[in-house]
Design a protein around this ligand. Structure first.
Ligand code: ADP
Ligand code: MG
Length: 241
């Protein structure tokens, strides 16, 4: 998928806010693009436009996949459905056989370590477990594009590390074109094929760093990854100006 000269303005009585003024980017198929950038630069707006939640004022979006999964900061599970039935909801249309449906649901629950909680309701789970269920749902849905808006932000460090690991495990098993917005450089370094840094609004691409180390071999102590980190940090510092 790629976007070419995307334009987006928000109008208000006090004037227009230009969020995108000719933003162009490529999102190579089945890779993870992480977007970092200052608060308010337009990251969520970009995901909302790509999800079709929000109109845009100009430019072109090419080769956008039809089926999209969206992982938000909060899990957004349906409170009246069990974990299992929250996940089966997104499967119902493409797997109609009940037994196969059930197998698929339990496969994804197992991969995020929630098989024992299949019959629980969301209010019976901790924040981290709910977000695990949301990740399982995002992968259970037969989507070709996955949008992630700071999905691990609200969680403490240990949980974040374990969710990032669950996520990369699921992703390696079933790669999708993924756009992952985060504030956390370490998350970016562990997950990304490409890290893109945005400037303040109107957002422009300040720079792009590719990470060629295989995800399974990455460690934050690794010298090569530290080099990448320094590049990303300097782009982030320059993005404030
Ligand atoms: P980010 O996710 O990078 O922090 P957002 O995409 O949420 O930034 O917002 C970009 C800018 O657009 C911000 O200044 C925000 O206040 C503004 N904005 C976002 N959504 C709306 C909206 N629906 N109406 C008016 N302004 C908006
Ligand atoms: Mg945002």
């Amino acid at each position: 998928m790629d976007i070419d000269r995307l334009q987006k303005r928000f109008s208000s009585p006090s004037g227009d806010l230009r969020v995108f003024e000719d933003l162009s980017m490529k999102f190579p198929e089945n890779t993870i693009t992480v977007i970092l950038g200052p608060s308010g630069c337009g990251k969520t707006t970009l995901l909302n436009i790509l999800a079709g939640f929000m109109p845009y004022d100009g430019g072109v979006i090419r080769r956008k996949p039809k089926q999209i999964s969206y992982l938000f900061q909060e899990p957004r599970l349906l409170p009246w459905r069990t974990v299992e039935r929250n996940i089966s909801l997104v499967l119902e249309h493409h797997i109609t056989d009940r037994v196969k449906q059930n197998e698929a649901v339990h496969h994804y629950l197992e991969l995020v370590g929630l098989q024992r909680f299949a019959g629980h309701y969301p209010h019976e789970l901790s924040g981290g477990m709910k977000q695990r269920a949301a990740i399982a749902r995002a992968f259970a849905c037969p989507s070709q594009l996955l949008l992630m808006d700071e999905p691990f932000q609200a969680l403490d460090l240990d949980l974040r590390i374990s969710l990032v690991n669950s996520f990369t495990r699921l992703w390696e098993e079933d790669p999708k074109t993924t756009i992952f917005v985060t504030h956390d450089i370490q998350e970016a370094l562990m997950v990304a094929d490409t890290v893109t840094v945005f400037s303040k609004a109107p957002a422009q691409v300040r720079g792009t760093v590719k990470i060629s180390i295989p995800r399974s071999q990455r460690s934050l102590e690794d010298a090569e990854l530290s080099k990448v980190e320094r590049k990303v940090l300097s782009l982030l510092l320059s993005s404030r100006g």
